[in-house]
Ligand binder design. Structure first.
Ligand SMILES: [Fe+2]
Ligand SMILES: [Fe+2]
Length: 174
């Protein structure tokens, strides 16, 4: 089974490619066809990290785990807000592009921080078994929520999240 951090990196690469493809979109049909699945994937990914990864990083990460998690939730909120803003405008309009670019910049900054801080911290502190177990949970999460079905994407209060986050699977708490 794949390590959860490898699965997360796969998604990150898909996000970078998705935004790059938007540069070549030449009509609103293409823009919509590229942006809507990308926006949904960004939302599902953030939710999956908040449910599966960050509770474990908080539990077993290094001394910066709390700050890394607070930063991640703040960044996820900014990405969600930009996506929500894009949905208030006609595809291809100036305000729509402004919101898409806001999501892109927030996402690019966030991926860098996650890849250079939170994920290395998690790799250094989690066992190989836990990483594989969470990889299994990650794939199951996507399978259980096709197209995000059953998920509610809303901003979270970072401090409250950090105070109450609990690993999902009791077996994985050892
Ligand atoms: Fe991520
Ligand atoms: Fe993230």
């Amino acid at each position: 089974m794949d390590d959860i951090t490898a699965l997360i990196l796969d998604d990150h690469a898909a996000f970078r490619r998705g935004f790059a493809r938007l540069d070549d979109a030449s009509d609103t049909g293409q823009m919509r066809a590229l942006w809507e699945p990308l926006a949904l994937h960004l939302e599902i990914h953030a939710e999956a990290e908040e449910v599966i990864l960050y509770p474990h990083l908080l539990r077993r990460g290094g001394e910066d785990a709390e700050e890394e998690s607070l930063d991640a939730i703040r960044d996820h909120n900014k990405i969600r807000d930009a996506i929500a803003e894009s949905r208030r405008h006609e595809v291809g309009s100036d305000p729509w592009w402004a919101a898409v670019w806001q999501a892109r910049r927030e996402n690019t900054e966030h991926l860098g921080e996650e890849e250079d801080e939170g994920l290395p911290d998690f790799r250094r502190h989690a066992t190989v078994e836990l990483r594989a177990q969470l990889g299994e949970q990650w794939l199951a999460f996507y399978g259980e929520h096709p197209d995000g079905r059953g998920l509610i994407f809303r901003d979270k209060d970072p401090e409250r999240y950090v105070a109450s986050a609990q690993p999902q699977d009791p077996q994985a708490q050892q």
